[in-house]
Design a protein around this ligand. Structure first.
Ligand SMILES: *[C@@H]1O[C@H](CO)[C@@H](O)[C@H](O)[C@H]1NC(C)=O
Ligand SMILES: *[C@@H]1O[C@H](CO)[C@@H](O)[C@H](O)[C@H]1NC(C)=O
Ligand SMILES: *[C@@H]1O[C@H](CO)[C@@H](O)[C@H](O)[C@H]1NC(C)=O
Ligand SMILES: *[C@@H]1O[C@H](CO)[C@@H](O)[C@H](O)[C@H]1NC(C)=O
Ligand SMILES: *[C@@H]1O[C@H](CO)[C@@H](O)[C@H](O)[C@H]1NC(C)=O
Ligand SMILES: *[C@@H]1O[C@H](CO)[C@@H](O)[C@H](O)[C@H]1NC(C)=O
Length: 399
């Protein structure tokens, strides 16, 4: 009896060890570092706890190269709404998106991987993942009273400044090469902070920006509601203002200037925009949120683009057209790049478990995977990395 049990236990246990070893060789777990002096600077998460980041030191020829990744996780626009969603800041405050007391280690995969086979251009760089705990793309500056009388802090802008200052002291200041990146709400934050990032380095440093899945559209939902209705609540609640480009604010209101289509016009640093024109998150949450249609008509299409009917594809193509029109403004910007595929992805560099970084699932544009395109753009190995894919389903590399 006892021997049977132990042998029954052993096989799965060994398999687990093996799987753990395989996982470790591709994606390393990196511990959380809390920002020092956060409270004095007022640079705190929604619940007042210090923000955090994960730092993996570079090595060899990557010792003076830094890759900064801002994590995503949507936005919050209300206090004490009865719906328990991350759109409510009071609820978010009790999750890892609002409190560092609930954050653990993170896996460094995709472009963060230190495996030379998987990530030949950046594997040995210093890499930092900055945790997202303010709910407004690292951009708000205010505080408010929560429903239980406690304070709720909207200090994204201070978090950005304090974390970057601390990283500068930890070696970022002597970087020779640097990239600011981020996924989703962190991709938008990359656009919002790109000029500040670039300005922190002397001219000879190659500092560039790489927003992934951060090009959110002010599109209409199926019910005709524009996304700016939601963004304007975030902007007002969290007092997003200082981060917005002055030249935009001279012409437009704060909400309009919070959109990628406006931000890119003011960005001075070379930037490569990585985004699907059929961004799965935007289709699910901006174009076809649950409240914008009746019944289950869109649920299959939203979960998998292959399940969309031809009339639904027409609607998605309308979204794509707006995307292409919005993103086109950067086509002539020198040193800029576009990797706008037509696959059904949100982020493509890291962070999502299904991120297709340099794998057989990786979309190709002009015969390049996103991994190859980023290296070519950053190191200026090829003339142009400006690709906008044709309409779905024309690209056979979309898996
Ligand atoms: C990460 O944290 C764990 C748990 O506190 C600790 O055992 C481990 O040594 C840490 N790893 C590094 C690289 O510091
Ligand atoms: C992608 O993976 C292949 C095979 O492991 C590797 O040879 C190549 O260098 C990788 N490319 C990039 C850009 O990381
Ligand atoms: C709004 O943000 C600006 C700039 O960060 C700051 O000066 C101002 O005090 C903030 N307003 C409120 C009400 O917190
Ligand atoms: C900002 O501009 C948009 C579009 O022009 C408009 O719909 C919105 O009401 C304006 N928001 C505010 C707060 O003025
Ligand atoms: C989507 O289509 C696949 C087959 O292509 C099917 O297995 C799946 O159940 C469908 N999903 C939904 C939500 O309809
Ligand atoms: C991609 O590769 C194929 C086959 O090698 C070639 O025929 C085609 O012209 C290439 N396309 C581009 C855009 O370079």
């Amino acid at each position: 009896m006892a021997t049977t049990t132990s042998s029954e236990l052993t096989a799965p246990f060994l398999l687990l060890l093996l799987l753990a070893a395989v996982a470790r060789s591709t994606a390393e777990l990196v511990n959380l570092t809390l920002l020092t002096g956060a409270q004095e600077k007022g640079a705190v998460c929604l619940d007042g706890s210090p923000p955090g980041y994960h730092l993996q030191r570079g090595f060899g020829s990557g010792r003076h190269s830094w890759f900064i990744h801002l994590k995503g996780g949507a936005w919050c626009n209300t206090i004490g709404s009865s719906r328990n969603t991350i759109e409510d800041c009071s609820y978010r405050k009790m999750t890892y998106l609002g409190s560092s007391t609930l954050m653990g280690a993170v896996e460094f995969d995709g472009i963060l991987s230190n495996d030379k086979q998987l990530n030949s251009d950046f594997y040995n760089w210093n890499k930092v993942v900055v945790r997202y705990c303010d709910g407004a793309s690292f951009s708000g500056d205010a505080e408010a009273q929560d429903t239980d009388g406690s304070t709720i802090y909207f200090r994204g802008l201070r978090i950005w400044n304090a974390v970057l200052d601390e990283l500068m002291e930890k070696g970022l200041a002597s970087a020779k090469q640097a990239i600011l990146s981020g996924c989703s709400a962190g991709g938008l934050a990359t656009l919002l902070h790109c000029n500040d990032f670039h300005a922190r380095f002397p001219k000879e440093v190659s500092a560039k920006c790489l927003p992934d899945g951060g090009f959110f559209l002010d599109a209409e939902s199926l019910a005709g509601e524009r996304y700016s209705t939601f963004f304007s609540e975030v902007v007002q609640l969290q007092n997003v203002s200082e981060v917005l480009p002055k030249d935009c604010l001279a012409k437009k209101n704060r909400t309009e200037c919070f959109f990628a289509a406006e931000l890119v016009k003011s960005i001075k640093a070379p930037t490569l925009i990585v985004n699907s024109a059929y961004d799965s998150w935007q289709i699910q949450n901006i174009l076809a949120p649950a409240e914008s249609y009746h019944g289950v008509s869109w649920s299959g299409c939203k979960s998998d683009i292959r399940n969309c009917s031809s009339s639904q594809i027409q609607v998605l193509n309308g979204f794509r057209k707006q995307f292409v029109d919005d993103v086109k403004v950067v086509k002539d910007k020198k040193g800029w790049g576009l990797f706008i595929d037509s696959c059904f992805y949100h982020c493509q560099l890291t962070e999502f478990p299904w991120s297709p970084w340099n794998s057989s699932a990786s979309p190709e544009l002009g015969n390049k995977t996103v991994a190859k395109a980023i290296g070519d753009w950053y190191f200026e190995r090829s003339q142009q990395v400006k690709q906008i894919d044709c309409e779905y389903p024309c690209n056979p590399s979309c898996s």
